[in-house]
Write a protein that binds this ligand. Sequence first.
Ligand code: HEC
Ligand code: HEC
Ligand code: HEC
Ligand code: HEC
Ligand code: HEC
Length: 477
Amino acid sequence: MRGNLVKGSLFFAIIMILFISANFANATPATQAGEFSSEDFDYESKCRQCHAIIYADWEGTMHFNAYLDPFYLEEVKIASDDTDGALDEFCSRCHTPIGVVSGEIPPIDGSEMSDISKLGVQCDFCHVVSGSNGTGNAPFTVTPGETKWGPFNDSRDAYHKSEYLELYTQSEYCGMCHQVINPVNGLVIDDTYSTWKESQYAEEDVVCQDCHMTEGITEFKANPGRASSSAPKREHISSHDIVGANTLIPPMFGADNVAEMAVERLQKAATMEVSAPEVASAGDEVLIDVSITNTGAGHNIPTGVSEIREMWLEVTVTDANGNSIYNAGNVDIDGNIVDAKQIYNNILGDSDGKETKSFWLAESILEDNRIGPKETVTEQHSFVLPENAVYPVTVETALKYRSAPQELIDKLLGEETEVPIVDMNEMSAIIYDPSTPADERTQPEPESESTPGFGIFATLMVLGITMYIFKRSKGEN
Ligand code: HEC
Ligand code: HEC
Ligand code: HEC
Ligand code: HEC
Ligand code: HEC
């Protein structure tokens, strides 16, 4: 008995040691501010000589713009004033990582920054990440120099040495920066990584890269090609069009293509259903249920700085003569959203419990109205059908998104900057006069893209499974 117990404890101890060392194998101390010089890093123009396609993908994305983004630059100035500079290094660590590790920022006004630091999240930052100390608040370790780390374990040396690091193929890589915690009070202000981690996607091993670094957008899709001129052909090369939902900033840098990709992603994020009565009489109270399901995003919609983002439903009811019967969620001439039932975002509270969009001052979350992965929410709208309404009556609903309230951008960037509003999806229904024969009461077809028929669905499933198997064997070749 005792012998078994000793053997048992020894076994347990060995398992624990293995477990602990496996968990900390990747943990390396985070690089501190000023450990390097910006001259230790290579300009992106160097990488472009051989990795031209990857360069073209990255150019104009929000990683390229992460520092020069005028919205960021305005907000960080205010944050710095509000906190007497206490958060200067904190904010900069994700928005200009080279600026921080080379000690060129703070000062927050950028007066000591080299050109390379201003290039935001770039090639020779991302590919000299040699380890990390976990997720959240950018705990990266960088080792600038001749070795470039990446997803291949069989890359031959080129101008540089190549080293495989599994981290590049995992959500934890992105989770270093896409998880923001206020360092003063511990409030989680960007929970993109942790929301993903708790979702079904994490369980099924669908990582950030599967959606954001392939053409698939909402699922992994193989993309055969060469990682560099003169490199061997591979079954899959990651796309560096790492795009989310921002349609405001990329066009300011001439990257309309990035904004177009953002629209495409937004249009794949959610499906809708409208339930309205097929007939109604004048004077009836008509109830309309509109449901929205997050079918395409591996995190909340919206996510990121979601106290600033806005998603809402516009509902418009008109009669056959085009007379308006009911309206919710229209945008007025000043860009304000009028009478929306709900704005889907995160509402942060300051130290007085008042709403604030300045997340560096936030101490609590007052309301969280975002839609989680695979979650469905339903809004109910109602109106009384007027006596003079001309049949048939049309109910139109549209799911809208914008990167920021117009009012905030007016204040920060001037009134000539219009925040684009994206139609993520739309659905309509028709209400008939009760005397209309049942076979004449036709309803509009839902858009085919958002509700694929079973055939397409089955094909996608099979394709998805094949891709999945292929993808998981990628790291082992
Ligand atoms: C935000 C960080 C980030 C930036 C910026 C970035 N990369 Fe990558 N890169 C990655 C990740 C992550 C992978 C691996 C993705 C996977 O395999 O799942 C990767 C893969 C690669 C690969 C392997 C081939 C491939 O595409 O799969 C090369 C080569 C590469 N990147 C070069 C570059 C160059 C050149 C730039 C600048 C133009 C750049 N990267 C910018 C993160 C980044
Ligand atoms: C002289 C051409 C050349 C230049 C310049 C160049 N690379 Fe590469 N790089 C290659 C080749 C060739 C490969 C191998 C591709 C393969 O194995 O499919 C490669 C592979 C890579 C990989 C994949 C490594 C791995 O093991 O997963 C990364 C990451 C990478 N390069 C990043 C960069 C970055 C960042 C720069 C700029 C600082 C850069 N490269 C400059 C030619 C070049
Ligand atoms: C199942 C596919 C999928 C996965 C997995 C996924 N995303 Fe997304 N992501 C999307 C789609 C679709 C959108 C556009 C809709 C939206 O804004 O949420 C998006 C948007 C975003 C945005 C912009 C959000 C906004 O509203 O401003 C960011 C940032 C982002 N993703 C980061 C990540 C990170 C980091 C991970 C991994 C932790 C990840 N995504 C995993 C599909 C995915
Ligand atoms: C060094 C920190 C860092 C790392 C690592 C990083 N990101 Fe980002 N990412 C940022 C910053 C900062 C921005 C936003 C810049 C801005 O909006 O001004 C951003 C923007 C984005 C956007 C655009 C969001 C939008 O609203 O359109 C997406 C999508 C995204 N990242 C996905 C990823 C994915 C996927 C990975 C992992 C492969 C990753 N990021 C790794 C810092 C990082
Ligand atoms: C741990 C990394 C990290 C830190 C620290 C961080 N950010 Fe960001 N920031 C991001 C990422 C990632 C995004 C993009 C999220 C998205 O698009 O939804 C972003 C987006 C933003 C945006 C929106 C830009 C746009 O064009 O929509 C602003 C403004 C911003 N950050 C300001 C700040 C300020 C000010 C601080 C310091 C108080 C700060 N950030 C600290 C990672 C970080």
